[in-house]
Unconditional design. Structure first.
Length: 406
């Protein structure tokens, strides 16, 4: 019984102590006045000044190089490749002789055609003489017939002979024309044994890209011998998605670089944009033309392309890391150097890249923004400034750190 009384007394004592503690806490709180909250602990931050500078809207693409034009040199006739005048990497001019086929057979065909033409021309001359003789005989018989000396049958016979000779003469003329055409065809076939590289447009010289055969090879019509490339200018080929498709226009400038040529950068111009995006990749082909007079860039090289869509000068820029969201609102924490507190300022961002962001609104934004530690901040949070800012206040002139940003 005594134990129960002791236990009950202990419980009552503990309860009384808790109630007393709560009463004391309420008295202390009421003495401080309404609306006073516990002050948050200061947050150590890194800050950066808001700058004025140039920011560019640039997109980067990867692609490959291709010759502006290329074609295959091939023979029109069959034959043995007797001589090849050029090889891979050689420069050639338009209509330059590059290969010769064995022409013995085709030379013989020319000689045969010339002989056939001579025979046809001799037959033509013979038929011409016969026609003239028959014509004079007809004229003589017609005079005698007018005088009543020759009979009608004699006149009819003379007319028949004259007409026959005239027909033979026309046949001989046709045969001569036929043999002349055959001779010209034989000469054309003979000319095909001399293979040249020719093109209608573009600049000289061009280069040999590939060799497909060697001297002594037996070739068939249209068998490839060499490929000819135009590498000045060159084409840079990139593929873009629908995100950038409607931002790209013909005539836009582009900067082209290659990891293989780290010290070389060239400027090109967009010349063609595919009118469709392929269903398999959802990308469209874009061709960028650029000069390559020294031939440093080669077809097939992997390249990087930068295309500038916009550039804003003398605009307000901040580190992109300073832009945060609070309650679905985009903004930055602006630091009051004198009071050492951070205030959340809503902002509207324009152009941004991996380093900087353009502030469109508010226009007059200035001072210092938090670039590290902002995830721990709320509006009005106290901050611990870096040592270099400990003795500065908001009236100090800002450090001028203007410059171009991309």
């Amino acid at each position: 019984m005594e134990k129960r009384k002791v236990l009950l007394g202990a419980v009552i004592f503990v309860i009384a102590g808790l109630i007393g503690w709560q009463v004391i806490q309420k008295i202390i709180t009421s003495s401080q006045g309404p609306g006073v909250e516990r002050q948050a602990a200061p947050v150590a931050v890194e800050i950066e000044s808001i700058k004025k500078g140039t920011i560019r809207d640039i997109s980067n693409f990867t692609g490959t190089l291709a010759p502006k034009s290329q074609f295959i040199v091939a023979p029109k006739i069959s034959g043995r490749l007797e001589q090849l005048m050029v090889d891979i990497g050689d420069r050639i001019n338009c209509n330059q002789l590059i290969a010769v086929l064995d022409d013995e057979e085709y030379s013989q065909q020319v000689r045969q055609a010339e002989a056939d033409l001579q025979v046809a021309q001799a037959n033509l001359e013979e038929s011409r003489i016969s026609r003239d003789v028959a014509q004079r005989e007809l004229e003589r018989v017609e005079e005698l017939h007018k005088k009543g000396i020759s009979a009608d049958s004699e006149l009819d016979a003379a007319k028949g002979i004259s007409a026959t000779q005239e027909a033979r003469f026309k046949v001989s003329q046709a045969q001569v024309a036929n043999k002349q055409a055959a001779l010209e065809a034989a000469k054309v076939r003979l000319s095909y044994t001399k293979i040249t590289a020719s093109w209608e447009e573009g600049v000289n010289p061009r280069v040999v890209g590939e060799r497909f055969v060697h001297e002594g090879a037996m070739l068939t019509p249209n068998a490839p011998i060499l490929s000819i490339l135009e590498i000045n200018p060159l084409l840079a080929l990139i593929y873009i998605t629908d995100k950038d498709y409607f931002r790209i226009k013909t005539g836009q400038k582009a900067s082209i670089t290659s990891d293989a040529l780290p010290d070389s950068s060239v400027s090109g111009e967009i010349v063609r944009i595919a009118p469709l995006l392929k269903e398999t990749s959802r990308e469209a082909r874009v061709e960028i033309e650029f000069p390559n007079p020294e031939g440093l860039f080669k077809p097939g090289m992997f390249i990087n392309v930068e295309i500038e869509f916009a550039a804003h000068e003398d605009t307000t820029v901040i580190p992109v890391s300073s832009v945060v969201k609070r309650d679905s609102q985009q903004g930055v924490f602006l630091v009051d150097l004198e009071k050492k507190v951070a205030q959340f300022i809503p902002v509207k961002v324009g152009i941004s890249n991996s380093e900087f962001a353009e502030i469109v609104e508010p226009i007059s934004l200035s001072g210092y923004v938090v670039i590290l530690g902002q995830h721990l901040l709320a509006h009005g949070s106290p901050v611990i400034l870096p040592e270099s800012f400990q003795h500065q206040d908001s009236k100090d002139p800002e450090r001028k750190t203007t410059g171009e940003t991309r």
